[in-house]
Design a protein around this ligand. Structure first.
Ligand SMILES: NC(=O)c1ccc[n+]([C@@H]2O[C@H](COP(=O)([O-])OP(=O)(O)OC[C@H]3O[C@@H](n4cnc5c(N)ncnc54)[C@H](OP(=O)(O)O)[C@@H]3O)[C@@H](O)[C@H]2O)c1
Length: 390
């Protein structure tokens, strides 16, 4: 898909990440673009350094670094995402830094493809949603930051006459995926994954190469400035379909179906474990040998008897609920608890319509979940994330 990107000078911010990395690769190999990659540290450039790319070390939150990187570029892709535990710092990347990206584009007369997320919409529980659906903050720093970031990008683009196109991907998976790849494999290997309401919610997954094709198409359409485009795959797999594909790759069965109420209860209990005593309790429960050893001592027996007589009924009940949940799912370690907003989010069965991207951009996603997971599995075996079949 070379088009107008052939020979163009293109800045990719966040080129060391999952999406920015694959985009950089295809810009160089497929489009023949001259790519400048803005990364925070040399290590982040390890993957894209395989290609003839002009690597610039800099922080998106540092305006002079962004201005310098954008100089002479006709296109800017913003694929950066705030990371780390500090919500204020993440917001600096997701929202505040957008101003310098658009300002840099204005100075360079470049157009901007800003990567947001499908999660900004207040999607209905059932049915379809599209770009006309009301966006809504949900009190979660990530999605709220993404919503404010895309609004700022469009607003400044209009004010400064900078063509800005916003793309809103669903769940992006494929070789190199973090949240919807490596993290899932680790969770399914080490513990379990909660499927809310049997995993009947629609995950709106999109394979990385379909998404990148959408980004490349968007970059060639200055005339659709100010528009938002939902980008999803060619079909509508459920969360169960999605996680079961990973289970098949791993040869495991570690998903746990919980009702929404149970999933919320698991979250509340996991919060309470922040205290020392519950953490000790957790360690005792997870290490069966240690537990047996300690409980077999004189003090251990005495403690058990004391606990039975003295613990408040509510605590006894909570401990029993924890144990019941684990027993009912036949595991020692409980599944990873989901945050309350995630529970609500994954329960929804709304399907993302991509008609606008198909009509205006010519977007045509091609990877079914089966095909995408086949390639993802090959990659996961190649990098040693999952064992080769016997
Ligand atoms: N993956 C998905 O399923 C998904 C779904 C919907 C939307 N999105 C959006 O797609 C975009 C890319 O996501 P991704 O999955 O590729 O994330 P990712 O793998 O975590 O990559 C994020 C990139 O942002 C860079 N970054 C973070 N802070 C930075 C800073 N201060 N200055 C410069 N760069 C910085 C990171 O640099 P380092 O390499 O140095 O850490 C990393 O390369 C994000 O906007 C995300 O919200 C992703």
């Amino acid at each position: 898909m070379p088009g107008e990107l052939a020979g163009a000078s293109v800045l990719v911010i966040g080129a060391g990440g999952f999406i920015g990395g694959r985009l950089t690769e295809r810009l160089v190999v497929e489009c023949g673009a001259r790519v400048r990659a803005l990364v925070r540290a040399p290590m982040s450039a390890a993957s894209v350094a395989r290609f003839p790319v002009d690597i610039r070390i800099g922080d998106i939150a540092n305006p002079p670094a962004v201005m310098a990187a954008a100089r002479g570029c006709s296109h800017i892709f913003n694929c950066a995402k705030g990371t780390g535990p500090n919500a204020a710092k993440r917001r600096t990347v997701d929202v505040d830094a957008v101003r310098s990206v658009i300002e840099a584009a204005r100075r360079a007369s470049a157009m901007v493809v800003h990567v947001s997320t499908m999660a900004v919409y207040d999607r209905p529980f059932d049915g379809d949603f599209d770009e006309t659906t009301r966006p809504a903050p949900r009190g979660d720093p990530y999605t709220d930051g993404k919503l404010d970031g895309e609004r700022l990008a469009v607003e400044l683009g209009a004010r400064w006459a900078v063509p800005v196109v916003v793309v809103q991907p669903g769940v992006v998976y494929g070789p190199g995926a973090g949240v919807y790849g490596v993290d899932i494999i680790e969770e399914l290997t080490n513990g379990g994954v909660v499927l809310v309401d049997g995993g009947r919610g629609i995950c709106n997954a999109v394979y990385i190469d379909d998404l990148v094709s959408g980004l490349l198409l968007a970059a060639q359409r200055r005339d659709v400035a100010g528009e938002r485009f939902l980008l999803s795959g060619p079909e509508y797999p459920t969360w169960r379909d999605f996680f079961e594909s990973f289970e098949r790759l791993l040869g495991t069965c570690r998903t746990v179906s919980l009702s929404r109420a149970e999933a919320h209860a698991l979250w509340r209990r996991s919060r309470r474990r922040a205290w020392l005593a519950p953490v000790l309790w957790q360690a005792l429960r997870e290490d069966r040998a240690l537990r047996r050893q300690l409980l077999a001592t004189r003090e251990g027996r005495l403690l058990r008897r004391l606990a039975r007589w003295t613990l408040p009924k509510s605590l006894q009940l909570r401990l029993r609920q924890d144990r019941d949940l684990e027993v009912s799912h036949g595991r020692e370690s409980p599944p990873v608890p989901l945050r309350p907003w995630v529970i609500d989010y994954v329960a929804r069965r709304a399907r993302a319509r991509t008609d606008k991207a198909r009509t205006l951009l010519g977007y045509a996603p091609a990877f079914t979940l089966e095909h995408g997971m086949q390639v993802t599995g090959q990659w996961a075996r190649w990098v040693g994330l999952i064992p080769e079949p016997e």
